[in-house]
Design a binder for this molecule. Structure first.
Ligand SMILES: [Zn+2]
Length: 431
């Protein structure tokens, strides 16, 4: 390393470094320059390679920032919509949400203010990238801000009837290429629109996100057995046969989307609670991605995603919080903890990988986020807690991170997004 170059390099070191894409390091370090990671390795090696570079010593652990694979920031002002009672279908909650939105609850300024607050809270907890699904355009929310997580905006379309299909296709045609479109769900969006959104995502190289297999009732509906979703669409005057699956039912929501030709490495299926082993095989064979939302699933009582079967199929799902309308918290540490409680036999290191690399892969951003590796954005988390300080093995470190909820100290560190600042969990900036 030339001395002139070393002057621009910074070394961040810690007793533990979790690259996620490589084995954990004891007494590890990360070399950073120009907002990107140059190298990751043993501290002694990096200090020798970049002699003269300043070193910042972190107390316990360095890891990549968290990635929220699924959120609806525009619903952040809804924190008190009652979940379905035991035995009630998911549609009761959807009806309550739509009634509140339909009543115009929250003016534009309040919605935006609550969304930015929710985003800021996620940033303080260590989230660096959020996939934000919205039905309306909130450009202020999606504008780059070095103090906030990066937002990947996805404009969501629904189309249960012929007039809605025409309106959705028109909106899609007029959409700025910089903005990705998303489809809501197979139970709310006609095949024609699902295919048009996916075709546009393919053309523009954007992620195609769609809710899939969230509830048992959804699978019944797509299976041609009617049920609460048909009743719901009829009650809302959104039934003209466009979404009539009777006589042409599918084995599952994912089987249906696959039959439409929508699966490839750019497709992200959100929830996946009710996917069969065969459907998981289709997801894996096509390189498609999953995002699990355990907090939302628990709150709405729709069941638990079959994580062990997903892992056995070779999939690494992302983790998402969904919205405040279906989750009391947008904290990915809580999502990890809930997932670990639901699946105690799953290795904590895999849960940690889901909340970082899984999300980055699912959103097509693994060259920037999700791991500590050369070329990635130098936006790391320095994490500390009394329990972490006592850990003697990488397994114990991962278990402490996954099972403990949000650690007492989470600092965003490095010079990611060019801000050159350290962001601590109190939301203040230090030099
Ligand atoms: Zn959602």
């Amino acid at each position: 390393m030339q001395p002139s170059l070393a002057q621009h390099v910074e070394i961040f070191s810690a007793p533990w470094v979790l690259p996620i894409s490589a084995p954990a390091l004891t007494e590890g370090a990360v070399a950073v320059a120009g907002g990107r990671i140059l190298a990751v390795g043993p501290r002694a090696e990096l200090l020798a390679s970049y002699r003269g570079a300043p070193e910042e010593r972190c107390q316990a652990l360095l890891m990549p920032g968290l990635v929220n694979g699924h959120c609806h920031l525009e619903l952040s002002h809804f924190g008190d919509i009652p979940a379905p009672a035991p035995g009630e279908p998911l549609t009761t909650w959807i009806s309550r949400l739509l009634a509140r939105r339909g009543a115009g609850e929250g003016d534009g300024r309040e919605i935006l203010a609550r969304a930015i607050k929710a985003l800021r809270e996620q940033g303080r907890a260590g989230t660096v990238l959020v996939a934000d699904i919205g039905n309306t355009l909130h450009e202020e929310l999606w504008r780059p801000d070095p103090g906030l997580p990066e937002v990947l905006p996805l404009l969501e379309l629904l189309a249960p009837t012929r007039p809605a299909v025409a309106a959705a296709l028109e909106r899609l045609a007029g959409l700025d290429d910089a903005l990705a479109a998303a489809a809501h769900a197979p139970y709310s969006t006609a095949a024609e629109v699902l295919c048009a959104v996916k075709a546009r995502c393919r053309r523009l190289g954007q992620v195609f996100s769609v809710h899939c297999a969230e509830s048992r009732e959804e699978v019944d509906f797509i299976g041609g057995r009617g049920g609460p979703f048909e009743d719901f669409l009829r009650q809302r005057g959104a039934w003209d046969g466009t979404l009539d699956f009777s006589g042409r039912g599918h084995l599952g929501s994912a089987a249906y989307l696959h039959a439409l030709g929508l699966f490839d490495g750019g497709t992200l299926l959100v929830h996946g609670v009710h996917l069969s082993t065969e459907e998981l095989g289709l997801v894996a064979a096509t390189g498609s991605h999953l995002c699990l939302c355990p907090g939302s699933n628990q709150a709405l009582g729709v069941g638990r995603a079959p994580l062990p079967e997903m892992l056995a199929a070779g999939l690494l799902p992302a983790l998402g919080t969904d919205s405040r309308a279906s989750n009391p918290s947008l904290d990915l540490w809580r999502e990890m903890r809930l997932l670990a409680i639901d699946h105690p036999r799953v290795e904590p290191s895999l849960v940690l990988a889901m909340a970082t690399l899984g999300g980055a892969l699912a959103l097509g951003r693994d060259m920037d986020y999700g791991s500590l590796a050369p070329g990635r954005v130098a936006m790391m988390l320095a994490v500390d807690s009394p329990e972490l300080a006592r850990c003697q093995s990488a397994e114990a470190v991962c278990a402490a991170l996954v099972n403990g909820g949000q650690p007492p100290l989470v600092c965003r560190i490095g010079s990611g997004r060019g801000d050159g600042q350290v962001h601590n969990s109190a939301g203040e900036y230090a030099a």
